[in-house]
Every structure is written in structure tokens, then in C-alpha cells.
Design a protein around this ligand. Structure first.
Ligand code: FE2
Length: 271
């Protein structure tokens, strides 16, 4: 017998969730004796958050990691991580050798992100697509922050016939999320800082398997233990290795030290 959710069961679940949410919020209002004035302040705050385009940022900072945790409890592939509010679909596809789109003289240490994509049985996946995006050396994202070319440090590329990939980019730094809007106001009121640890964002796709969204953090990096989005998890932290040996640098055609980080993505079966 099929266990796939039917339209009726999905509707019933939505009804259950909405009724529970209503009860939780009503209990919260009673507990904190929310007055009409405070209620109006809160609803206007949410309106202002939307007007300033921060609704995704506000919710993602506080709640997105919980949803990925819930999904990870039953996942068979490598762990997923939050997408965050800065993803853009349709990034350019790279041709080999893969180098992320960047400005002339893009600042930041050179990073080679290398790894493999496989299925849960261990079979390497040729032609899997990686969709990578991350911050520049100032901690800023293209198309989110002004004066950065649209697809800067955003691109898609594929694994080779052995399921391996390598792309050249720069090492992103920890960054502060936007702090001058409603999200910053909430965090400030709660006495929190605004930093996320350095990370790479990536989505991995394969035609026969479930798409996954991940983030790779760097072992020993700042803010791993107190990420403002509380999104760092075991299994997402990889070693950032510095290569400062002359012959190493020469073999890469570089006159300065560079870094590598390696990660293996395991795609779960499609739902
Ligand atoms: Fe990010």
C-alpha cells in the first residue's frame, strides 16, 4: 500500500499545524500579557520587515536551522544546512577549469574547493551539478549588496566522470548580517552580535537523486560556536589547509600561498 501523502492528508496536516500554531501564540500572549498596543506594535513590525525586504533574513536567522535539523534526523545523505536569504537561481555555468566569476583583482586568499559527490551506496556521481555562492573578502554578496557585479562569486559546475570536482575561488571571511534594519533591531534588543562564521553555500543536484542544500564551514574559524544563525553542525565543518610550499604554489601557477578545502557530498534518494 502506498504511504505517499494524499492531498486530503496534506490538508489535514496543514489544518493541524495552523490550529497548533494559533494555540501556541495565544498561550504566549497570555503568558506575557501582551496588550493591544504591543500587539499592534508587533504586527506593524512584521509589515515594516516585509517593506524593507528583510522577512527572509529575519525568519532565517531564528528558525531556518531548526527546519534543516528536523530534515537531517531522517536523512540518509550528508547533512543539509540553511540556505539563508542570499541564494539566486540561474547562476552561470562554468567551463573547465572551473574558476568562480570574480572581478579583476578580486581580493582574498586563493581557495581551491575540491571534493566528490556520491550516492548513499558509495557510487560516485558523474555530472552532478554544484551551485556555489559565497561572500567576497568584505563579507558581501553580489546582487544583495550594492556595487558588486550580478554573478560575482556565484556559479554552477559539474562533477567529472569519477564524481570529483575542483573550483577556484577565494576564501570568504566571517561576516555580519545586515544590522541596520528590523532584524538588527531584534538582535540588538536581545543583546546578540551579528556575525556568521566564514562559509561556502552550495546546492548539489543530480537528475536521479534528491537535491541538497549545504554550507561548508572552516575548522578553527571564528564564530563557529556562536553563529548568529545558529546553523553550524557536525559534518559541515571541513579543514582549510594552507599551502605555502614553493613547489606547491608553482604547480598551481601561483606566486603566493593558497588554501584548499575538501568535502564529500552524499546525495539521498529522491523522495
Ligand atoms: Fe552566507
Amino acid at each position: 500500500m502506498s504511504t505517499a501523502p494524499t492531498a486530503a492528508s496534506a490538508t489535514s496536516r496543514t489544518k493541524d499545524v495552523l490550529e497548533d500554531l494559533e494555540q501556541v501564540l495565544l498561550a504566549f500572549m497570555r503568558k506575557h500579557r501582551i496588550t493591544h498596543e504591543q500587539y499592534r506594535f508587533a504586527t506593524q513590525f512584521l509589515v515594516d520587515t516585509v517593506k524593507q525586504g528583510e522577512e527572509s533574513l529575519l525568519y532565517d536567522v531564528f528558525f531556518e536551522a531548526e527546519s534543516t535539523d528536523i530534515g537531517n534526523r531522517t536523512r540518509t545523505g550528508s547533512p543539509e544546512a540553511i540556505e539563508g536569504p542570499f541564494y539566486l537561481a540561474g547562476a552561470p555555468e562554468l567551463q573547465e577549469p572551473y574558476v568562480m566569476p570574480m572581478r579583476d583583482g578580486e581580493r582574498g586568499d586563493v581557495l581551491f574547493f575540491v571534493g566528490k559527490v556520491r550516492d548513499v551506496e558509495g557510487k560516485p556521481l558523474a555530472g552532478a551539478e554544484l551551485d556555489l555562492w559565497h561572500a567576497d573578502a568584505d563579507g558581501l554578496y553580489s546582487n544583495i549588496h550594492p556595487n558588486i557585479p550580478l554573478w560575482n562569486l556565484r556559479a554552477r559546475f559539474k562533477t567529472d566522470s569519477n564524481g570529483n570536482f575542483e573550483v577556484r575561488t577565494i576564501v570568504p571571511p566571517p561576516y555580519e548580517i545586515p544590522k541596520d534594519g528590523p532584524t538588527g533591531q531584534v538582535l540588538k534588543t536581545m543583546g546578540r552580535h551579528f556575525f556568521r562564521p566564514a562559509h561556502l553555500h552550495v546546492k548539489v543536484r543530480h537528475s536521479e537523486l534528491a537535491e541538497m542544500t549545504s554550507q561548508i564551514y572552516f575548522l578553527g574559524g571564528q564564530y563557529l560556536d556562536n553563529d548568529v544563525a545558529n546553523a553550524v553542525r557536525d559534518g559541515l565543518v571541513a579543514t582549510l589547509e594552507c599551502h605555502d610550499d614553493e613547489s606547491d604554489m608553482k604547480s598551481r601557477g601561483l606566486g603566493r600561498p593558497y588554501y584548499t578545502v575538501e568535502y564529500e557530498f552524499v546525495l539521498a534518494p529522491a523522495h
